[in-house]
Design a protein around this ligand. Structure first.
Ligand code: MN3
Length: 261
């Protein structure tokens, strides 16, 4: 069955994960602008490097980890990190490039596009695009010698909106534990209302308030923890808090936070 759909439809009727990926593109733009005019903090530089390496020469690409595969031991084991980064993340990068090749081909066919292909391409874009961008932020917001609590404005906003850091941590952990099957828990930030939110995703599709930037995603797919923790996802979640790089999370928050002029 063929029906009429414009190129604009193809480009705008995307699913939430792609919208999230687009928003994270704004983070990339702001970081690039800041890098031109001032010296980035080491944490902002870490996020900037990850994003720069995620799209190279017109193709999506697998960024290097900013630490060794065994750097997050004992909380996340080296073999899991290696498989997760080099195999799983790479497959989303490849899938995303393939989906873009297909959409370019389809959009090139003019206004009379075969609609039957659209749903499948959108699904591939959303799945792989969400997968790519969420893993990029996931790696960049972890590190060795990390954990603890955020400092400064992010800490204040968390305390203001969740009551305390401990309350936030408990709530986020619960959201992560309750994800059905494969998915993520994500701390997001909506700058217009200066709101933080915690939301869950199914696979890589995030259900969130449009305009919300991802600050801190936690991958709770079994591939993220099964080798060390088997079916005990809550143990993995508790261990993960020890490798959260709050300086990197704060660096993303600071980019989007409205500042008094
Ligand atoms: Mn994963």
């Amino acid at each position: 069955m063929t029906s009429s759909v414009t190129r604009r439809d193809l480009l705008t009727r995307q699913t939430p994960a792609i919208a999230l990926a687009g928003l994270f593109g704004a983070t990339a733009t702001l970081l690039a602008q800041q890098a031109e005019s001032e010296r980035l903090s080491p944490a902002a530089q870490k996020v900037h490097n990850a994003i720069r390496q995620a799209f190279v020469g017109g193709r999506y690409a697998l960024p290097q980890l900013p630490y060794a595969y065994d750097a997050l031991e004992p909380h996340i084991d080296a073999q899991t990190m290696q498989l997760h980064h080099a195999r799983h993340h790479q497959s989303y990068v490849d899938g995303l490039n393939r989906a873009h090749d297909r959409i370019r081909k389809l959009a090139g066919q003019g206004d009379d596009v075969d609609m039957s292909q659209l749903a499948g391409i959108q699904r591939d874009l959303s799945f792989n695009g969400g997968g790519h961008v969420l893993h990029v932020i996931f790696w960049a917001t972890m590190g060795p010698d990390a954990g603890g609590e955020p400092q400064g404005p992010l800490a204040e906003t968390i305390a203001e909106q969740f009551g305390s850091f401990e309350a936030f941590k408990g709530y986020f952990s619960k959201v992560a534990a309750s994800v059905k099957g494969s998915g993520w828990a994500i701390l997001g930030y909506e700058p217009m209302g200066n709101r933080l939110s915690v939301f869950a995703s199914n696979e890589h599709d995030a259900y969130y308030i449009p305009g919300t930037f991802p600050l801190l995603p936690l991958d709770v797919w079994e591939h993220a923890y099964y080798l060390r923790y088997q079916n005990q996802r809550t143990k993995y979640i508790q261990a993960w808090w020890n490798v959260v790089d709050w300086q990197a999370v704060s660096a993303i928050y600071e980019l989007h936070r409205p500042r008094p002029s």
